[in-house]
Design a protein around this ligand. Sequence first.
Ligand code: WTA
Length: 635
Amino acid sequence: MNFQIKSFLEYQETYQKSVTNPEAFWAEMAENFVWRKKWDEVLNWNFKDPKIEWFSGAKLNITENCIDRHLADKGDQPAIIWEANDPQEHHRILTYKQLHQKVNLFANVLKNNGVKKGDRICIYMPMVPELAIAVLACARIGAIHSVVFGGFSAQSIADRIKDAQCEMVITADGGFRGAKDIPLKNVIDDALVQCPSVKTVIVLTRTRTPISMIKGRDKWWEDEIKKVETLGLIDCEPEIMDAEDKLFILYTSGSTGKPKGVVHTCAGYMVYAAYTFQNVFQYQPKDIYFCTADIGWITGHSYIIYGPLAQGATTLMFEGVPTYPDAGRFWDIVDKFKVNILYTAPTAIRSLMQSGLDYVKDKDLSSLKVLGSVGEPINEEAWNWYNENIGKGNCPIVDTWWQTETGGIMISPIAGVTKTKPCYATLPLPGIQIELVDEKGQVIEGNDVSGNLCIKFPWPGMIRTTYGDHERCLQTYFATYENKYFTGDGCLRDEDGYYRITGRVDDVINVSGHRIGTAEVENAINMFTDVVESAVVGYPHEIKGQGIYAYVILNDHTEDEELTRKDIAMTVSRIIGAIARPDKIQFVKGLPKTRSGKIMRRILRKIAEGDVSNLGDTSTLLDPSVVEQIKNEKL
Ligand code: WTA
């Protein structure tokens, strides 16, 4: 079996082999990596605990696979190309050799500050190469990184730091995002008031806004680098890790109020991220690959850093936003660096589509070969626009479905190999055994059906546990349906056997490709002094995919509804971050509750969607009249 699939026939054969003998298949794929010691056993699993072990007994370091092994033949090839937020600022290129030097030096900084294998490190940084360097330096010495997206509030960071008991924070004075400066260090200072576990904060200079530097705790990145250079600590031997040692924690939202720390481990994650990167995008040597995600999300972990670097690719990272200084920014970058593969999100496509073709028309996009989409369902209009105006009808679009928990892409076309269909993630990748089930867990066979999306067999990149609370992992993913991993997504299988993801079936909203738990937003709204109760649902939003609609009961009638709305939105920004601010806040007198006190979200969702013709059975409601009021006063 080749590592890279080249034809549809080969895909079919590979898929067959991967499900009839998954262990032989993945063992063969794992031969393409550098191991300090090979595995004793390929797979050991049960979904009851759950216990998932891939390649146990193997020893490795992921950075040897992502950096060292490329030095001999690709040492001078760009590993990371970085484009700044401001187009006037010069871009930076790090070759594999330079990346090696920088990761080693910073790994020594970590060690010099007492960091050991297994320690947790929170990284809260702007999209600069040092973020990738920090991540890789952690992996080099076996420290577990927990990257927190730069848009989260101090409270959210504190919750994540406390949950993982992080010893160190790596941050920057600030970050540039479009026309804004984000005061990252200030936010960290606010967070750390609650976090006694953090002994050291390393601060990179980026915006040079005034910040506080606390003696004994806060250290400048640049000074620390000088220190290890002076000590002659240049190279850093990689820590030899067990296959199932933890590589990182990444927090994500679910149905409950508290984000969970999804844990990925070294070997399986590496094999899966690299395998899927190579196959889905059909990366060829010297291609320039540009993923527009932020490293604060799983897409950045797997498809800016680990997947591409494991394959010796050139990965382009961008600090800014698609619309700054204007809506042509992505196309300028494609033109400037002759990007071959572009991986972005439907929300970005929709917003650029709305800005019009003037921003596209004079840009040379002829280098593009493959286009990707991730994070949320892509609507047909956006798919067609992307295909016609960016791909010029010549670039396959890979609509990649996956999750933080899956570690890598699960259902997706293989570029140029799988026939695409607008809005369809198409077919499962090798090793991925899909099942659609009904509410009772009955497997739905045949084509032209829909149900809840489950996976019935392990794959190397899957979640191992939720940090510090294994029971939660079991309850969230493996308890709904016996012996299956449940994704939380609804899905249909059409007459050709192609898969289309229809959206979440749980209480998670997908806003601009960011997962937000309704319970989290409700908790934040309820912290506002005058709020008695609230209920939050998603509704279709032209650009964001879904918007956040909040129904709020106030203590007292408010004099100024607009001002109160703003106060509530500000409260949510403080508690979670601006990404969770409600788009609409409707003040209501009551919420539709059953006699047992459960909020009937189905009804609220329908009203928010503007579909009030058939609200279904409301006879079980404690007070059906509240529905009328809510309907009449809909925003
Ligand atoms: C949604 C992002 C439709 C889905 C990699 C999933 C998608 C959630 C797609 C995971 C897609 C992701 N089509 N929906 N191509 N990709 N989703 O953890 O609801 O941030 O469960 O991982 O995004 O979001 P997460």
